[in-house]
Design a protein around this ligand. Sequence first.
Ligand code: AGP
Length: 615
Amino acid sequence: MCGIVGYIGQRDAYPIIVKGLQRLEYRGYDSAGLVLYDGNDICLTKTKGKVEDLKNKAEAASCNTGQLGLGHTRWATHGIPNDINSHPHYSNSGDLVIIHNGIIENYESIKKALIKRGYTFESDTDTEVLVNLIEEVKNTEEVKLGQAVQIALNQVVGAYAIAVFDRNKPNEIVVAKLGSPLAIGIGDNEYFVASDASPFIEFTNNAVYLEDEEMAIIRPGKEIKLRKIKDDAIAYPNIQELQLNIEEIEKGGYDHFMLKEIYEQPRAILDTYRGRLLADQGLIRMAGIDQNLEKFLNANRIIIVACGTSWHAGLVAEYIFEDLARIPVEVEYASEFRYRNPVITENDVLIAISQSGETADTLAAIKMAKEKGAFVFGVCNVVGSSIARETHAGAYTHAGPEIGVASTKAFTTQITILTLIALKLAKEKGAFSDSKFHEYLTELEAIPEKVETALQSNVLIEQIAEVYKNSSNCLYLGRGYNFPVALEGALKLKEISYIHAEGYPAAEMKHGPIALIDDQMPVVVIATKKGHYEKVVSNIQEIKSRHGKIIAVVFEGDEMVSELADHIIEVPETSEPLSPLLTTIPLQLLSYHIALMRGCNVDQPRNLAKSVTVE
Ligand code: AGP
Protein backbone atom coordinates (compact mmCIF):
# COMPACT_ATOMS: atom_id res chain seq x y z
CA MET A 1 0.00 0.00 0.00
CA CYS A 2 1.18 3.53 -0.66
CA GLY A 3 2.08 5.85 2.18
CA ILE A 4 1.16 9.52 2.36
CA VAL A 5 2.50 12.21 4.67
CA GLY A 6 1.90 15.98 4.81
CA TYR A 7 2.75 18.98 6.96
CA ILE A 8 1.59 22.57 7.14
CA GLY A 9 2.65 24.98 9.90
CA GLN A 10 5.57 27.07 11.11
CA ARG A 11 8.33 24.49 10.93
CA ASP A 12 10.50 23.53 7.98
CA ALA A 13 8.48 20.76 6.33
CA TYR A 14 11.40 18.94 4.69
CA PRO A 15 12.81 16.98 7.68
CA ILE A 16 9.27 16.13 8.82
CA ILE A 17 8.33 14.79 5.39
CA VAL A 18 11.52 12.76 4.92
CA LYS A 19 11.39 11.24 8.38
CA GLY A 20 7.68 10.64 7.95
CA LEU A 21 8.35 8.70 4.75
CA GLN A 22 11.00 6.66 6.55
CA ARG A 23 8.41 5.81 9.17
CA LEU A 24 6.10 4.57 6.42
CA GLU A 25 8.71 2.40 4.69
CA TYR A 26 7.39 -0.68 6.50
CA ARG A 27 4.29 -0.45 4.27
CA GLY A 28 6.35 -1.59 1.31
CA TYR A 29 6.92 0.61 -1.76
CA ASP A 30 8.83 0.90 -5.00
CA SER A 31 9.24 4.68 -5.39
CA ALA A 32 9.00 7.88 -3.36
CA GLY A 33 8.51 11.60 -3.83
CA LEU A 34 7.98 14.89 -2.07
CA VAL A 35 6.91 18.46 -2.77
CA LEU A 36 7.68 21.60 -0.73
CA TYR A 37 6.08 25.04 -0.98
CA ASP A 38 7.28 28.25 0.66
CA GLY A 39 4.50 30.44 -0.69
CA ASN A 40 6.55 31.48 -3.71
CA ASP A 41 8.36 28.49 -5.14
CA ILE A 42 7.27 24.89 -5.36
CA CYS A 43 9.96 22.22 -5.60
CA LEU A 44 9.03 18.65 -6.38
CA THR A 45 11.38 15.68 -6.35
CA LYS A 46 10.45 12.06 -6.99
CA THR A 47 12.23 8.88 -7.90
CA LYS A 48 11.91 5.16 -8.37
CA GLY A 49 13.73 3.52 -5.47
CA LYS A 50 14.00 4.21 -1.77
CA VAL A 51 13.48 7.19 0.50
CA GLU A 52 17.27 7.43 0.82
CA ASP A 53 17.46 7.90 -2.97
CA LEU A 54 14.77 10.56 -2.76
CA LYS A 55 16.63 12.35 0.03
CA ASN A 56 19.85 12.42 -2.01
CA LYS A 57 18.01 13.67 -5.10
CA ALA A 58 16.10 16.36 -3.17
CA GLU A 59 19.19 17.67 -1.43
CA ALA A 60 21.17 17.68 -4.66
CA ALA A 61 18.41 19.87 -6.08
CA SER A 62 18.27 22.00 -2.91
CA CYS A 63 14.64 20.99 -2.70
CA ASN A 64 14.36 21.30 1.07
CA THR A 65 12.67 24.56 2.01
CA GLY A 66 9.05 25.38 2.67
CA GLN A 67 6.48 25.19 5.48
CA LEU A 68 4.03 23.19 3.41
CA GLY A 69 5.10 19.72 2.31
CA LEU A 70 3.66 16.48 0.98
CA GLY A 71 5.46 13.14 0.72
CA HIS A 72 4.54 9.77 -0.80
CA THR A 73 5.82 6.21 -0.94
CA ARG A 74 4.29 4.44 -3.91
CA TRP A 75 3.19 0.80 -4.10
CA ALA A 76 2.42 0.66 -7.82
CA THR A 77 -1.04 -0.39 -8.93
CA HIS A 78 -1.47 1.56 -12.20
CA GLY A 79 1.71 2.22 -14.14
CA ILE A 80 5.04 0.55 -13.51
CA PRO A 81 7.43 1.87 -10.87
CA ASN A 82 9.43 4.71 -12.43
CA ASP A 83 10.18 8.40 -11.74
CA ILE A 84 7.29 9.75 -13.82
CA ASN A 85 4.66 7.50 -12.24
CA SER A 86 5.85 8.38 -8.73
CA HIS A 87 3.88 10.91 -6.70
CA PRO A 88 3.36 13.85 -6.15
CA HIS A 89 1.64 14.82 -9.40
CA TYR A 90 1.02 18.34 -10.76
CA SER A 91 -2.18 19.33 -12.52
CA ASN A 92 -1.70 20.61 -16.08
CA SER A 93 -1.56 24.24 -14.93
CA GLY A 94 1.05 23.43 -12.28
CA ASP A 95 -1.17 25.08 -9.67
CA LEU A 96 -2.40 21.90 -7.98
CA VAL A 97 -0.25 19.15 -6.48
CA ILE A 98 -1.60 15.84 -5.19
CA ILE A 99 -0.53 12.64 -3.45
CA HIS A 100 -2.85 9.63 -3.36
CA ASN A 101 -3.12 6.17 -1.81
CA GLY A 102 -5.78 3.99 -3.43
CA ILE A 103 -7.27 2.97 -6.77
CA ILE A 104 -9.54 5.09 -8.99
CA GLU A 105 -11.42 2.42 -10.93
CA ASN A 106 -13.01 4.71 -13.53
CA TYR A 107 -9.87 6.73 -14.26
CA GLU A 108 -9.71 5.64 -17.92
CA SER A 109 -13.10 7.12 -18.81
CA ILE A 110 -12.30 10.32 -16.90
CA LYS A 111 -8.92 10.53 -18.64
CA LYS A 112 -10.54 10.22 -22.07
CA ALA A 113 -12.95 13.05 -21.23
CA LEU A 114 -10.14 15.27 -19.95
CA ILE A 115 -8.02 14.61 -23.04
CA LYS A 116 -10.96 15.77 -25.15
CA ARG A 117 -10.87 18.99 -23.15
CA GLY A 118 -7.22 19.47 -23.93
CA TYR A 119 -5.54 17.94 -20.91
CA THR A 120 -2.27 16.09 -21.37
CA PHE A 121 -0.76 13.43 -19.17
CA GLU A 122 2.84 12.56 -18.39
CA SER A 123 2.27 9.43 -16.32
CA ASP A 124 0.22 6.23 -16.56
CA THR A 125 -1.33 6.79 -13.15
CA ASP A 126 -4.91 7.19 -12.03
CA THR A 127 -3.67 9.88 -9.62
CA GLU A 128 -2.62 12.30 -12.35
CA VAL A 129 -6.11 11.92 -13.79
CA LEU A 130 -7.66 12.77 -10.42
CA VAL A 131 -5.66 15.98 -9.92
CA ASN A 132 -6.62 17.17 -13.41
CA LEU A 133 -10.26 16.32 -12.79
CA ILE A 134 -10.09 18.52 -9.69
CA GLU A 135 -8.50 21.28 -11.78
CA GLU A 136 -11.14 20.96 -14.49
CA VAL A 137 -13.93 21.22 -11.88
CA LYS A 138 -12.22 24.16 -10.19
CA ASN A 139 -11.96 26.02 -13.47
CA THR A 140 -15.36 25.24 -14.95
CA GLU A 141 -17.35 25.60 -11.74
CA GLU A 142 -15.22 28.55 -10.59
CA VAL A 143 -14.97 27.17 -7.06
CA LYS A 144 -12.22 26.95 -4.47
CA LEU A 145 -10.05 23.89 -4.04
CA GLY A 146 -12.14 22.35 -1.24
CA GLN A 147 -15.35 22.45 -3.24
CA ALA A 148 -13.58 21.31 -6.40
CA VAL A 149 -12.21 18.28 -4.54
CA GLN A 150 -15.66 17.46 -3.24
CA ILE A 151 -17.33 17.72 -6.64
CA ALA A 152 -14.58 15.73 -8.31
CA LEU A 153 -14.65 12.92 -5.73
CA ASN A 154 -18.35 12.51 -6.33
CA GLN A 155 -17.43 11.57 -9.89
CA VAL A 156 -14.87 8.90 -9.10
CA VAL A 157 -15.32 5.23 -8.22
CA GLY A 158 -12.69 3.52 -6.12
CA ALA A 159 -10.60 4.04 -3.01
CA TYR A 160 -8.51 7.04 -2.01
CA ALA A 161 -6.65 8.88 0.69
CA ILE A 162 -5.52 12.13 -0.88
CA ALA A 163 -3.79 15.35 0.11
CA VAL A 164 -3.82 18.19 -2.39
CA PHE A 165 -2.89 21.89 -2.33
CA ASP A 166 -3.27 24.89 -4.62
CA ARG A 167 -0.28 27.11 -5.29
CA ASN A 168 -2.62 30.09 -4.95
CA LYS A 169 -3.61 29.09 -1.39
CA PRO A 170 -0.29 28.35 0.39
CA ASN A 171 -1.94 28.20 3.80
CA GLU A 172 -4.17 25.16 3.29
CA ILE A 173 -4.16 21.46 2.43
CA VAL A 174 -7.30 19.57 1.43
CA VAL A 175 -7.53 15.89 2.40
CA ALA A 176 -10.16 13.23 1.69
CA LYS A 177 -10.65 9.54 2.43
CA LEU A 178 -12.52 6.54 1.11
CA GLY A 179 -11.26 3.01 1.66
CA SER A 180 -7.62 3.96 2.35
CA PRO A 181 -6.53 5.22 5.78
CA LEU A 182 -5.86 8.89 6.55
CA ALA A 183 -4.94 10.39 9.92
CA ILE A 184 -4.61 14.08 10.77
CA GLY A 185 -2.18 15.04 13.55
CA ILE A 186 -3.23 18.19 15.38
CA GLY A 187 -0.33 20.28 16.63
CA ASP A 188 -0.02 23.76 18.04
CA ASN A 189 -0.71 26.00 15.04
CA GLU A 190 0.30 23.16 12.71
CA TYR A 191 -1.21 20.07 11.14
CA PHE A 192 0.18 16.72 10.04
CA VAL A 193 -1.42 14.30 7.57
CA ALA A 194 -0.43 10.65 7.13
CA SER A 195 -1.57 7.12 6.31
CA ASP A 196 -1.11 6.31 10.00
CA ALA A 197 0.15 8.19 13.04
CA SER A 198 3.77 6.97 12.86
CA PRO A 199 5.06 10.09 10.97
CA PHE A 200 3.65 12.55 13.50
CA ILE A 201 3.36 10.72 16.85
CA GLU A 202 6.64 12.32 18.03
CA PHE A 203 5.12 15.80 17.46
CA THR A 204 1.59 15.26 18.71
CA ASN A 205 -0.59 12.44 19.94
CA ASN A 206 -3.81 14.30 19.18
CA ALA A 207 -5.24 12.85 16.01
CA VAL A 208 -8.38 12.63 13.92
CA TYR A 209 -8.88 9.55 11.76
CA LEU A 210 -11.10 10.48 8.82
CA GLU A 211 -14.06 8.22 8.24
CA ASP A 212 -14.95 7.00 4.75
CA GLU A 213 -16.32 9.72 2.47
CA GLU A 214 -15.06 12.48 4.71
CA MET A 215 -12.84 15.35 3.68
CA ALA A 216 -11.13 18.14 5.57
CA ILE A 217 -9.64 21.54 4.83
CA ILE A 218 -6.71 22.14 7.18
CA ARG A 219 -5.19 25.56 7.82
CA PRO A 220 -2.67 26.37 10.59
CA GLY A 221 -4.31 28.31 13.38
CA LYS A 222 -7.80 27.35 12.23
CA GLU A 223 -10.10 24.54 13.37
CA ILE A 224 -10.32 21.59 11.01
CA LYS A 225 -13.32 21.92 8.69
CA LEU A 226 -14.65 18.39 8.23
CA ARG A 227 -17.23 17.63 5.55
CA LYS A 228 -19.14 14.65 4.20
CA ILE A 229 -18.14 14.33 0.55
CA LYS A 230 -21.50 13.07 -0.63
CA ASP A 231 -23.74 15.79 0.76
CA ASP A 232 -21.44 18.49 2.16
CA ALA A 233 -22.90 17.86 5.61
CA ILE A 234 -20.72 19.06 8.44
CA ALA A 235 -18.87 16.24 10.23
CA TYR A 236 -17.48 16.76 13.69
CA PRO A 237 -13.87 15.69 14.27
CA ASN A 238 -13.43 12.89 16.81
CA ILE A 239 -10.08 13.99 18.27
CA GLN A 240 -8.29 11.07 19.90
CA GLU A 241 -5.33 11.15 22.27
CA LEU A 242 -3.15 8.33 20.93
CA GLN A 243 -1.33 6.02 23.32
CA LEU A 244 0.41 3.95 20.61
CA ASN A 245 4.15 3.66 20.06
CA ILE A 246 5.76 3.57 16.62
CA GLU A 247 6.04 -0.21 16.40
CA GLU A 248 2.40 -0.69 17.37
CA ILE A 249 1.34 1.80 14.71
CA GLU A 250 3.33 0.03 11.97
CA LYS A 251 1.52 -3.19 12.82
CA GLY A 252 -1.78 -1.39 12.84
CA GLY A 253 -2.17 -2.19 16.52
CA TYR A 254 -1.69 -5.94 15.88
CA ASP A 255 1.11 -7.81 17.66
CA HIS A 256 2.59 -9.11 14.42
CA PHE A 257 2.52 -8.37 10.71
CA MET A 258 1.19 -11.89 10.08
CA LEU A 259 -1.86 -11.27 12.29
CA LYS A 260 -2.40 -7.85 10.69
CA GLU A 261 -2.25 -9.45 7.23
CA ILE A 262 -4.66 -12.23 8.24
CA TYR A 263 -7.11 -9.53 9.31
CA GLU A 264 -6.48 -7.49 6.15
CA GLN A 265 -7.89 -10.27 3.98
CA PRO A 266 -11.44 -8.91 3.67
CA ARG A 267 -10.02 -5.61 2.36
CA ALA A 268 -7.37 -7.36 0.26
CA ILE A 269 -9.91 -9.63 -1.45
CA LEU A 270 -12.20 -6.67 -2.05
CA ASP A 271 -9.36 -4.59 -3.50
CA THR A 272 -8.36 -7.53 -5.69
CA TYR A 273 -11.78 -7.92 -7.30
CA ARG A 274 -12.54 -4.18 -7.23
CA GLY A 275 -13.07 -2.95 -10.79
CA ARG A 276 -12.90 -6.51 -12.11
CA LEU A 277 -15.99 -8.15 -10.59
CA LEU A 278 -19.04 -6.25 -11.83
CA ALA A 279 -21.78 -8.48 -10.40
CA ASP A 280 -24.62 -6.06 -11.05
CA GLN A 281 -23.63 -5.97 -14.72
CA GLY A 282 -22.96 -9.71 -14.82
CA LEU A 283 -19.42 -9.02 -15.96
CA ILE A 284 -15.82 -9.87 -15.14
CA ARG A 285 -13.40 -7.35 -16.64
CA MET A 286 -9.70 -8.29 -16.73
CA ALA A 287 -7.60 -6.59 -19.39
CA GLY A 288 -4.90 -9.28 -19.37
CA ILE A 289 -7.49 -11.96 -20.08
CA ASP A 290 -9.71 -9.95 -22.41
CA GLN A 291 -6.75 -9.14 -24.65
CA ASN A 292 -5.66 -12.80 -24.79
CA LEU A 293 -8.99 -14.57 -24.59
CA GLU A 294 -8.48 -16.78 -27.65
CA LYS A 295 -5.22 -18.11 -26.26
CA PHE A 296 -7.01 -19.29 -23.13
CA LEU A 297 -10.11 -20.60 -24.91
CA ASN A 298 -8.06 -22.50 -27.51
CA ALA A 299 -5.40 -23.73 -25.10
CA ASN A 300 -4.68 -27.46 -25.10
CA ARG A 301 -4.17 -27.12 -21.36
CA ILE A 302 -3.20 -24.65 -18.67
CA ILE A 303 0.03 -25.37 -16.83
CA ILE A 304 0.30 -23.64 -13.46
CA VAL A 305 3.79 -23.18 -11.98
CA ALA A 306 4.55 -21.81 -8.54
CA CYS A 307 6.21 -22.61 -5.21
CA GLY A 308 4.97 -22.98 -1.66
CA THR A 309 1.73 -21.27 -0.79
CA SER A 310 1.41 -19.99 -4.35
CA TRP A 311 1.57 -23.61 -5.52
CA HIS A 312 -1.31 -24.41 -3.19
CA ALA A 313 -3.30 -21.56 -4.75
CA GLY A 314 -2.52 -23.17 -8.10
CA LEU A 315 -3.94 -26.47 -6.88
CA VAL A 316 -7.17 -24.75 -5.89
CA ALA A 317 -7.23 -23.21 -9.37
CA GLU A 318 -6.88 -26.68 -10.94
CA TYR A 319 -10.13 -27.74 -9.31
CA ILE A 320 -11.88 -24.52 -10.27
CA PHE A 321 -10.69 -24.38 -13.89
CA GLU A 322 -11.47 -28.03 -14.61
CA ASP A 323 -14.74 -28.11 -12.69
CA LEU A 324 -16.17 -24.82 -13.99
CA ALA A 325 -14.35 -23.94 -17.22
CA ARG A 326 -13.70 -27.56 -18.34
CA ILE A 327 -10.10 -26.66 -19.30
CA PRO A 328 -7.41 -29.27 -18.60
CA VAL A 329 -4.99 -28.02 -15.96
CA GLU A 330 -1.79 -29.38 -14.48
CA VAL A 331 -0.04 -27.83 -11.52
CA GLU A 332 3.73 -28.05 -11.26
CA TYR A 333 6.31 -27.18 -8.65
CA ALA A 334 8.39 -24.63 -10.56
CA SER A 335 11.59 -26.12 -9.16
CA GLU A 336 10.76 -29.54 -10.69
CA PHE A 337 9.14 -28.27 -13.87
CA ARG A 338 12.17 -26.24 -14.94
CA TYR A 339 14.46 -29.28 -14.91
CA ARG A 340 12.36 -32.20 -16.07
CA ASN A 341 12.38 -31.29 -19.75
CA PRO A 342 8.58 -31.08 -19.95
CA VAL A 343 6.64 -31.28 -23.19
CA ILE A 344 5.40 -27.73 -23.88
CA THR A 345 3.87 -26.45 -27.11
CA GLU A 346 2.60 -23.10 -28.38
CA ASN A 347 -0.89 -24.35 -27.62
CA ASP A 348 -0.15 -24.34 -23.91
CA VAL A 349 -0.92 -21.49 -21.56
CA LEU A 350 1.29 -21.24 -18.51
CA ILE A 351 0.08 -19.36 -15.43
CA ALA A 352 2.86 -18.38 -13.02
CA ILE A 353 1.76 -17.48 -9.49
CA SER A 354 4.07 -15.54 -7.19
CA GLN A 355 3.44 -13.08 -4.37
CA SER A 356 6.91 -11.56 -4.52
CA GLY A 357 7.30 -11.90 -8.29
CA GLU A 358 10.97 -12.74 -7.61
CA THR A 359 11.02 -16.49 -6.88
CA ALA A 360 13.96 -17.84 -8.86
CA ASP A 361 12.49 -21.24 -9.72
CA THR A 362 9.22 -19.73 -10.92
CA LEU A 363 11.06 -17.15 -13.01
CA ALA A 364 13.21 -19.85 -14.58
CA ALA A 365 10.16 -21.97 -15.37
CA ILE A 366 8.57 -19.00 -17.13
CA LYS A 367 11.65 -18.39 -19.30
CA MET A 368 11.79 -22.04 -20.28
CA ALA A 369 8.08 -22.13 -21.17
CA LYS A 370 8.44 -18.98 -23.26
CA GLU A 371 11.39 -20.49 -25.15
CA LYS A 372 9.19 -23.48 -25.95
CA GLY A 373 6.45 -21.23 -27.30
CA ALA A 374 3.90 -21.18 -24.49
CA PHE A 375 1.85 -18.07 -23.68
CA VAL A 376 2.72 -17.03 -20.14
CA PHE A 377 0.36 -15.22 -17.76
CA GLY A 378 1.48 -13.94 -14.37
CA VAL A 379 -0.42 -13.56 -11.08
CA CYS A 380 1.79 -11.38 -8.86
CA ASN A 381 1.40 -9.06 -5.90
CA VAL A 382 4.35 -6.80 -6.63
CA VAL A 383 3.90 -4.46 -9.59
CA GLY A 384 6.90 -4.34 -11.88
CA SER A 385 8.52 -7.40 -10.27
CA SER A 386 10.76 -9.64 -12.36
CA ILE A 387 8.02 -12.22 -12.97
CA ALA A 388 5.47 -9.52 -13.78
CA ARG A 389 7.88 -8.11 -16.38
CA GLU A 390 8.82 -11.52 -17.81
CA THR A 391 5.29 -12.73 -18.53
CA HIS A 392 3.32 -11.89 -21.71
CA ALA A 393 0.38 -10.63 -19.65
CA GLY A 394 -0.89 -10.81 -16.12
CA ALA A 395 -3.15 -9.69 -13.30
CA TYR A 396 -1.99 -8.19 -10.03
CA THR A 397 -3.42 -9.16 -6.68
CA HIS A 398 -4.03 -5.92 -4.78
CA ALA A 399 -3.20 -7.43 -1.41
CA GLY A 400 -0.73 -4.69 -0.51
CA PRO A 401 2.71 -5.55 0.82
CA GLU A 402 2.91 -8.87 2.63
CA ILE A 403 5.58 -8.46 5.30
CA GLY A 404 5.12 -11.66 7.30
CA VAL A 405 7.16 -14.53 5.82
CA ALA A 406 4.17 -16.85 6.14
CA SER A 407 1.92 -16.02 3.23
CA THR A 408 -1.72 -15.38 4.14
CA LYS A 409 -3.49 -12.56 2.25
CA ALA A 410 -1.44 -13.43 -0.84
CA PHE A 411 -3.00 -16.90 -0.84
CA THR A 412 -6.61 -15.71 -0.67
CA THR A 413 -6.08 -12.91 -3.19
CA GLN A 414 -4.35 -15.30 -5.61
CA ILE A 415 -7.36 -17.60 -5.36
CA THR A 416 -9.61 -14.59 -5.94
CA ILE A 417 -7.81 -13.69 -9.18
CA LEU A 418 -7.75 -17.33 -10.37
CA THR A 419 -11.45 -17.71 -9.58
CA LEU A 420 -12.25 -14.60 -11.60
CA ILE A 421 -10.28 -16.00 -14.56
CA ALA A 422 -11.95 -19.42 -14.33
CA LEU A 423 -15.43 -17.89 -14.09
CA LYS A 424 -14.72 -15.57 -17.01
CA LEU A 425 -13.48 -18.44 -19.19
CA ALA A 426 -16.37 -20.67 -18.13
CA LYS A 427 -18.82 -17.96 -19.17
CA GLU A 428 -17.05 -17.43 -22.49
CA LYS A 429 -17.20 -21.17 -23.14
CA GLY A 430 -20.89 -21.28 -22.27
CA ALA A 431 -20.04 -23.79 -19.55
CA PHE A 432 -22.96 -22.59 -17.46
CA SER A 433 -26.05 -20.38 -17.62
CA ASP A 434 -26.16 -16.62 -17.07
CA SER A 435 -28.02 -17.18 -13.84
CA LYS A 436 -25.40 -19.64 -12.55
CA PHE A 437 -22.68 -17.17 -13.54
CA HIS A 438 -24.45 -14.35 -11.75
CA GLU A 439 -24.86 -16.59 -8.70
CA TYR A 440 -21.09 -17.12 -8.53
CA LEU A 441 -20.38 -13.41 -9.00
CA THR A 442 -22.76 -12.49 -6.20
CA GLU A 443 -21.29 -15.15 -3.92
CA LEU A 444 -17.72 -14.01 -4.65
CA GLU A 445 -18.77 -10.44 -3.92
CA ALA A 446 -20.00 -11.59 -0.50
CA ILE A 447 -16.73 -13.32 0.43
CA PRO A 448 -15.01 -10.35 2.19
CA GLU A 449 -17.90 -10.11 4.64
CA LYS A 450 -17.83 -13.88 5.18
CA VAL A 451 -14.09 -13.71 5.86
CA GLU A 452 -14.84 -11.07 8.50
CA THR A 453 -17.23 -13.58 10.09
CA ALA A 454 -14.69 -16.40 9.91
CA LEU A 455 -12.16 -14.16 11.70
CA GLN A 456 -14.52 -13.91 14.66
CA SER A 457 -13.50 -17.45 15.69
CA ASN A 458 -10.09 -16.12 16.70
CA VAL A 459 -10.63 -16.49 20.46
CA LEU A 460 -11.95 -20.05 20.08
CA ILE A 461 -8.98 -20.91 17.86
CA GLU A 462 -6.58 -19.49 20.42
CA GLN A 463 -8.14 -21.82 23.02
CA ILE A 464 -7.70 -24.80 20.68
CA ALA A 465 -4.09 -23.76 20.07
CA GLU A 466 -3.50 -23.88 23.81
CA VAL A 467 -4.51 -27.58 23.81
CA TYR A 468 -2.21 -28.62 20.94
CA LYS A 469 0.73 -26.20 21.21
CA ASN A 470 3.08 -28.98 22.41
CA SER A 471 2.16 -31.53 19.76
CA SER A 472 5.06 -33.03 17.84
CA ASN A 473 3.06 -33.79 14.71
CA CYS A 474 -0.18 -32.80 13.09
CA LEU A 475 -2.20 -34.08 10.13
CA TYR A 476 -4.37 -31.92 7.91
CA LEU A 477 -7.06 -33.58 5.80
CA GLY A 478 -9.35 -32.24 3.11
CA ARG A 479 -11.16 -33.43 0.00
CA GLY A 480 -11.81 -31.83 -3.36
CA TYR A 481 -11.38 -28.06 -3.30
CA ASN A 482 -10.21 -28.30 0.29
CA PHE A 483 -7.41 -30.77 -0.26
CA PRO A 484 -5.08 -27.88 -1.27
CA VAL A 485 -6.28 -26.00 1.81
CA ALA A 486 -5.17 -28.96 3.96
CA LEU A 487 -1.73 -28.73 2.37
CA GLU A 488 -1.65 -24.98 2.96
CA GLY A 489 -2.73 -25.35 6.59
CA ALA A 490 0.07 -27.87 7.17
CA LEU A 491 2.61 -25.55 5.55
CA LYS A 492 1.51 -22.64 7.75
CA LEU A 493 1.90 -24.70 10.92
CA LYS A 494 5.26 -26.24 10.07
CA GLU A 495 6.89 -23.04 8.80
CA ILE A 496 6.14 -20.86 11.83
CA SER A 497 5.73 -23.29 14.78
CA TYR A 498 8.29 -25.91 13.60
CA ILE A 499 5.79 -28.71 14.39
CA HIS A 500 5.95 -31.42 11.73
CA ALA A 501 2.67 -31.25 9.83
CA GLU A 502 1.43 -32.98 6.71
CA GLY A 503 -1.56 -32.37 4.48
CA TYR A 504 -3.34 -35.26 2.77
CA PRO A 505 -6.42 -35.96 0.72
CA ALA A 506 -8.75 -37.38 3.40
CA ALA A 507 -9.30 -40.56 1.38
CA GLU A 508 -5.57 -41.31 1.49
CA MET A 509 -5.70 -42.17 5.17
CA LYS A 510 -6.16 -45.89 4.48
CA HIS A 511 -3.08 -45.88 2.22
CA GLY A 512 -0.65 -45.29 5.06
CA PRO A 513 -1.17 -42.19 7.19
CA ILE A 514 -3.78 -43.85 9.41
CA ALA A 515 -0.90 -45.84 10.92
CA LEU A 516 0.16 -42.58 12.54
CA ILE A 517 -3.08 -42.06 14.41
CA ASP A 518 -3.04 -42.28 18.19
CA ASP A 519 -4.16 -40.06 21.04
CA GLN A 520 -1.12 -37.83 20.50
CA MET A 521 -2.01 -36.98 16.91
CA PRO A 522 -4.21 -33.93 16.35
CA VAL A 523 -5.94 -34.12 12.97
CA VAL A 524 -7.35 -30.97 11.38
CA VAL A 525 -10.16 -31.96 9.03
CA ILE A 526 -11.88 -29.59 6.63
CA ALA A 527 -15.40 -31.01 6.52
CA THR A 528 -17.56 -28.44 4.80
CA LYS A 529 -20.96 -29.68 3.79
CA LYS A 530 -20.24 -29.66 0.06
CA GLY A 531 -18.91 -32.31 -2.24
CA HIS A 532 -17.85 -35.44 -0.39
CA TYR A 533 -19.16 -34.58 3.06
CA GLU A 534 -20.35 -38.07 4.00
CA LYS A 535 -17.02 -39.57 2.98
CA VAL A 536 -15.15 -37.07 5.13
CA VAL A 537 -17.42 -37.98 8.04
CA SER A 538 -16.44 -41.62 7.67
CA ASN A 539 -12.78 -40.59 7.57
CA ILE A 540 -13.36 -38.77 10.85
CA GLN A 541 -14.98 -41.85 12.34
CA GLU A 542 -11.95 -43.95 11.35
CA ILE A 543 -9.68 -41.49 13.13
CA LYS A 544 -11.88 -41.28 16.21
CA SER A 545 -11.93 -45.05 16.52
CA ARG A 546 -8.12 -44.88 16.79
CA HIS A 547 -8.25 -42.14 19.43
CA GLY A 548 -7.03 -39.37 17.15
CA LYS A 549 -8.00 -35.82 18.18
CA ILE A 550 -10.18 -34.04 15.63
CA ILE A 551 -10.22 -30.31 14.96
CA ALA A 552 -12.91 -29.86 12.32
CA VAL A 553 -13.56 -26.83 10.11
CA VAL A 554 -17.22 -26.90 9.12
CA PHE A 555 -19.91 -24.67 7.65
CA GLU A 556 -22.09 -22.85 10.17
CA GLY A 557 -24.86 -25.03 11.58
CA ASP A 558 -23.12 -28.35 10.92
CA GLU A 559 -24.49 -31.06 13.21
CA MET A 560 -23.09 -34.41 12.09
CA VAL A 561 -19.40 -33.57 12.41
CA SER A 562 -20.06 -31.59 15.54
CA GLU A 563 -21.10 -34.84 17.19
CA LEU A 564 -17.80 -36.46 16.34
CA ALA A 565 -15.06 -33.83 16.51
CA ASP A 566 -13.19 -32.76 19.62
CA HIS A 567 -13.21 -29.15 18.41
CA ILE A 568 -15.45 -27.44 15.89
CA ILE A 569 -14.56 -24.23 14.03
CA GLU A 570 -17.39 -22.83 11.94
CA VAL A 571 -17.07 -20.68 8.82
CA PRO A 572 -19.99 -19.20 6.87
CA GLU A 573 -21.43 -21.38 4.14
CA THR A 574 -20.51 -20.61 0.54
CA SER A 575 -20.36 -22.43 -2.78
CA GLU A 576 -17.86 -25.30 -2.96
CA PRO A 577 -15.43 -23.58 -5.41
CA LEU A 578 -15.25 -20.54 -3.11
CA SER A 579 -14.94 -22.49 0.14
CA PRO A 580 -11.08 -22.37 0.24
CA LEU A 581 -11.31 -18.59 0.68
CA LEU A 582 -13.03 -19.22 4.02
CA THR A 583 -11.71 -22.57 5.27
CA THR A 584 -8.12 -21.34 5.14
CA ILE A 585 -8.79 -18.54 7.64
CA PRO A 586 -9.04 -20.70 10.80
CA LEU A 587 -5.93 -22.63 9.74
CA GLN A 588 -3.95 -19.39 9.45
CA LEU A 589 -5.07 -18.32 12.92
CA LEU A 590 -4.40 -21.77 14.42
CA SER A 591 -0.81 -21.77 13.16
CA TYR A 592 -0.31 -18.17 14.32
CA HIS A 593 -1.45 -18.87 17.90
CA ILE A 594 0.41 -22.17 18.26
CA ALA A 595 3.63 -20.58 16.99
CA LEU A 596 3.21 -17.67 19.38
CA MET A 597 2.62 -20.01 22.34
CA ARG A 598 5.78 -21.86 21.40
CA GLY A 599 7.77 -18.64 21.52
CA CYS A 600 8.54 -18.72 17.79
CA ASN A 601 9.28 -15.63 15.71
CA VAL A 602 5.99 -15.51 13.85
CA ASP A 603 6.96 -12.83 11.30
CA GLN A 604 10.49 -14.09 10.62
CA PRO A 605 10.57 -17.87 11.19
CA ARG A 606 13.99 -19.52 11.37
CA ASN A 607 15.72 -20.56 8.10
CA LEU A 608 13.11 -18.81 5.91
CA ALA A 609 13.14 -15.75 3.65
CA LYS A 610 10.13 -13.86 2.38
CA SER A 611 11.24 -14.29 -1.18
CA VAL A 612 13.43 -17.17 -2.39
CA THR A 613 15.39 -15.38 -5.10
CA VAL A 614 18.06 -18.09 -5.28
CA GLU A 615 17.76 -21.76 -6.23
C1 AGP B 1 4.50 -19.42 2.25
O1 AGP B 1 4.02 -19.15 3.54
C2 AGP B 1 6.00 -19.33 2.18
N1 AGP B 1 6.48 -18.10 2.66
C3 AGP B 1 6.56 -19.73 0.83
O2 AGP B 1 6.16 -21.06 0.61
C4 AGP B 1 6.12 -18.89 -0.39
O3 AGP B 1 4.76 -19.09 -0.66
C5 AGP B 1 6.96 -19.38 -1.60
O4 AGP B 1 8.31 -19.11 -1.34
C6 AGP B 1 6.55 -18.70 -2.91
O5 AGP B 1 6.79 -17.33 -2.83
P1 AGP B 1 6.18 -16.40 -3.99
O6 AGP B 1 4.70 -16.51 -3.91
O7 AGP B 1 6.67 -15.02 -3.65
O8 AGP B 1 6.71 -16.87 -5.31
